[in-house]
Each structure stands twice: as C-alpha cells, then as structure tokens.
Design a protein around this ligand. Structure first.
Ligand SMILES: CC(C)(COP(=O)(O)OP(=O)(O)OC[C@H]1O[C@@H](n2cnc3c(N)ncnc32)[C@H](O)[C@@H]1OP(=O)(O)O)[C@@H](O)C(=O)NCCC(=O)NCCS
Length: 197
C-alpha cells in the first residue's frame, strides 16, 4: 500500500482490507447510528459491508493511484489518543466504469465541528489533482445534510445538480440529492452520478 499522507492534524493511511484491526475500527464507525443521523438506513450491520468498501478502495489505490484513507489523529483530540482512527474518506474511483473521483468522508461524531472534514477534503482534492487531474472531482450529498455540503463548498466544489434521488437508489430514493463538482460535467456523466443516489 502507498505511504500515508500527513495534514496539520491528520494521519491519512490508505485503507487496506487486509488490516483487520483498522477494518474493525472502520466498521465500528460505519455501524454507529450516531454517524448516520442524516441517513439512518446507511448504518452497516455486518463487517462484510465495510470489507467490500475497503476492497473497492484498495482497487482504486491500485488502478488509479488513489483511494480513500483511514483517518487517524496526529495528536490526542476529543478524548481520543494520538493515532486513533476516527473516520474514513478521501477521493476514490469506486466504480471503474464511472470516470470521476468520488470525494467523501465519514467521521465519528465526537470529532465533528473541528474542521477535520475540511482538512481531509482539501487533502483529497490535492491528491486527486496529482493522481489523475483529467478526472473531475465529484461528490454527492443530501440536501438535508448541510455539514456535508458545507465542507464541499468550502474546498471549492460547486453545486452541479440538485433533485430527487432516483427510485432505484436503495438508501436515498426520493430524498433531495446534491451533486457537486470541481468543473462543469457533461450531462451524461452528471446523470450517471445522480443515478447513484
Ligand atoms: C459531514 C462531516 C464529515 C463533517 O465533519 P466535520 O469535521 O464536523 O466538518 P468541518 O468541521 O470540517 O466542517 C463542517 C461545516 O459544516 C458547517 N455545519 C455543521 N453543521 C451544520 C448544520 N447543521 N447546518 C449548517 N452548517 C453546518 C460547519 O459550520 C462547517 O462549516 P464552516 O467550515 O463554513 O464553518 C461529519 O458531520 C460526518 O462525518 N457526518 C456523518 C457522515 C456524513 O454525513 N458524511 C457525508 C455524507 S455520506
């Protein structure tokens, strides 16, 4: 796996599906209802779901040179010791047939409100532009999750589309979805991103 990336407060380590300790910690975050108040249906219930996400991002690291990170703390914060894993996120290509970076993040609630997601998103944007600058950086956020889209706007992404998530989207159907991007997107690509829900 590639080297970790350092920001002011974070140690960002490529997600490695073979690292059972980190995987277990990420599953705890993904399975915590408090992480998912914006979308209770998203709570993971089985380690295999986190493993599947980790495997997709390991492929993104291999094929695109970048995927999501496990987010660690460089110093003790909010009751967590130095080195603790408090979330996941970054820029990755989870679906190789969809030529765009997906920028995303999920942090454990105790560390919210300190600008850490902004720090993570800025690092992801820089890394995406180094790895494959020709791919647009895109992100999806629910309109009812302002903390999430504030972070996107803060790092300079623009609202490309807002509308109802399609009926085919298992978790978000009918909810108002926002698609953000760092450049104008062709309609066809925008439609396929919005279709993910
Ligand atoms: C979204 C999330 C990553 C934000 O993490 P964070 O570290 O608290 O974010 P930051 O502190 O960097 O920035 C949050 C921004 O949203 C703003 N914000 C937070 N709650 C808000 C609310 N209810 N209404 C409006 N703005 C809000 C903050 O003021 C801040 O904006 P600013 O930078 O202009 O001050 C975190 O809440 C999270 O992990 N949530 C659960 C998972 C999730 O929603 N992921 C994204 C979609 S799947």
């Amino acid at each position: 796996m590639p080297e970790p990336t350092l920001t002011d407060r974070l140690l960002l380590t490529p997600i490695d599906p073979a690292d059972e300790v980190v995987l277990g910690r990420l599953f705890a975050i993904q399975a915590d209802p408090a992480t998912w108040t914006h979308l209770p249906e998203g709570v993971e219930t089985d380690l295999s779901q986190t493993r599947s996400l980790a495997e997709d991002h390991a492929r993104s690291w291999r094929e695109q040179g970048l995927g999501w990170w496990a987010v660690g703390l460089r110093e003790a914060t909010a009751g967590f010791p130095e080195g603790a894993i408090v979330g996941l996120g970054g820029a990755g290509v989870r679906r190789p047939e969809l030529p765009a970076w997906n920028l995303g993040y999920r942090l454990t609630p105790a560390v919210w409100g300190r600008g850490l997601a902004g720090e993570l998103a800025a690092a992801a944007l820089r890394a995406a532009r180094l790895a494959r600058p020709e791919l647009p950086v895109t992100a999806r956020a629910l309109a009812r999750n302002p903390a999430s889209w504030h972070v996107l706007e803060r790092v300079g992404l623009s609202l490309a589309w807002e509308g109802p998530a399609p009926a085919s989207a298992p978790l978000t159907r009918g909810l108002t979805l926002r698609v953000y991007a760092d450049r104008p997107l062709p309609d066809e690509l925008l439609g396929r991103i919005a279709a993910l829900g």
